[in-house]
Ligand binder design. Sequence first.
Ligand code: I3S
Length: 129
Amino acid sequence: PALPHLDDPHEEMSGLINMTKIAQGGRKLRKNWGPAWVVLTGNSLVFYRERPPQCAPSQGWAPAGSRPESSVDLRGAALANGRHLSSRRNVLHIRTVPGHEFLLQSDEEPELRAWHRALRAVIDRLDRE
Ligand code: I3S
């Protein structure tokens, strides 16, 4: 099934990172930290339980049969340091327009900074469109 907001599916960045959802549609959720394979595209953040199997380059990052757990549209999203929301170090807080909120975390500070930079670039670009 097509994902409605994946109209710019080129991959900006992907990797395995600790993640928890903390709100869904503005409703607070209980944290459930765990590793996720996260793909940043031109307009979305897509979460997989694990890394999808490698596929032919022509097929891009979303091989048939690998279903994302969830994905969110980053247009208008807010991105901030998440230090006030967790006791973990190197935490990034993402809040989307419909009120879905996520924390991303890595013990490797450069890794989290790379995600911060890449997300900032995508969100800023979407703001200018
Ligand atoms: O922000 P919170 O609610 O104190 O987050 C911690 C809890 O969710 C805790 O689980 P329970 O209280 O549901 O058993 C988790 O084990 C912790 O990891 C959460 O905090 P951190 O600081 O790790 O984000």
